[in-house]
Design a protein around this ligand. Structure first.
Ligand SMILES: Nc1ncnc2c1ncn2[C@@H]1O[C@H](COP(=O)(O)OP(=O)(O)OP(=O)(O)O)[C@@H](O)[C@H]1O
Length: 258
């Protein structure tokens, strides 16, 4: 374990779920899931294909309404709260690269994100020059995420890994308390994986990160807490060493591609 994982402040739960469940026409996709996501920690949600990870993300962000259970964000019950309000309250999900505009530069993309109220569509009728006042904030964020060298490059010309970092930057423009990342390493080469893992670790010093990730060496490296799902239910939870030694987890992963 690295030094940055070893030094921890007092845990503060910012997002929690209790007894979370979702049925689809009689099929139980998620059942009895309890989660506690803490500030300044990276929490991984892992499990074989079809385990219910995406459904849990959709439930937490309220894209899907739970059939059972409750969700609390920053001390407030959000079980029946609309997704746009949940985003404004500070729970933001990073979408795939489609959230980035390929013909805009890195800086323009971040500025567009900075002027966007959480959960609402971008206001396309504003000319980009109207966003000049956001230059300093955009540059700060770009610097934080190691994108300064690419500030004036079009998003389309970035490497795949840097596009993902830009996409995380646009999400961070909303200054979320809890950032949900859906397979941030998907489709990346080894070098980009290491770069993006470092960025996620930095980002998580100021907020909670919950991520679905199939790359278990990344999970082992950067995640403080791991919850393992199988067939919609939690079969193990704890640090990576504990869950990876659990016989139920080993069995669940046998024969799966993860
Ligand atoms: N809208 C839906 N209607 C019916 N069944 C669904 C729906 N969404 C998900 N499911 C089912 O719920 C189960 C869990 O799916 P989910 O996508 O959450 O799993 P996952 O762990 O994210 O899988 P993967 O790793 O393959 O993305 C699957 O059996 C899936 O077919």
């Amino acid at each position: 374990m690295s030094a940055s994982l070893a030094i921890q402040a007092e845990p503060r739960v910012v997002l929690s779920a209790r007894g979370l469940g979702r049925d689809f026409a009689g099929f139980t996709a998620v059942n009895d899931v309890d989660l506690d996501v803490e500030h300044a920690r990276i929490h991984a949600l892992i499990g074989p294909n079809g385990a219910g990870k995406t459904t849990v993300f959709n439930l937490l962000t309220k894209f899907l309404q739970p059939t059972r259970g409750s969700i609390t964000l920053l001390g407030q019950d959000i079980t029946h709260t609309r997704p746009d309000k949940v985003a404004r309250m500070g729970l933001v999900r990073s979408f795939q690269i489609s959230a980035v505009f390929p013909h805009l530069t890195v800086r323009e993309n971040v500025k567009v994100a900075l002027q966007r109220p959480a959960g609402l569509a971008v206001q396309f009728w504003l000319p980009l020059s109207a966003l000049d006042r956001l230059d300093a904030r955009a540059d700060h964020l770009i610097g934080q995420l190691g994108l300064a060298r690419w500030r004036d490059h079009r998003a389309a010309d970035l490497s795949y890994g840097r596009k993902r970092v830009l996409e995380i930057a646009t999400t961070l423009a909303l200054d979320p308390e809890v950032l949900l990342l859906d397979e941030p390493m998907a489709g990346m080469g080894q070098e980009d994986v290491a770069m993006v893992a470092g960025i996620i670790r930095d980002v998580a010093t100021e907020r909670a990160v919950l991520m679905v990730e199939h790359n278990l060496s990344v999970v082992a490296d950067i995640c403080h807490h791991v919850t393992v799902l199988q067939r919609g239910e939690i079969i193990a939870a704890g640090d990576y060493a504990a869950v990876s030694a659990d016989p139920r987890v080993r069995t669940a992963y046998m024969g799966s591609e993860a």
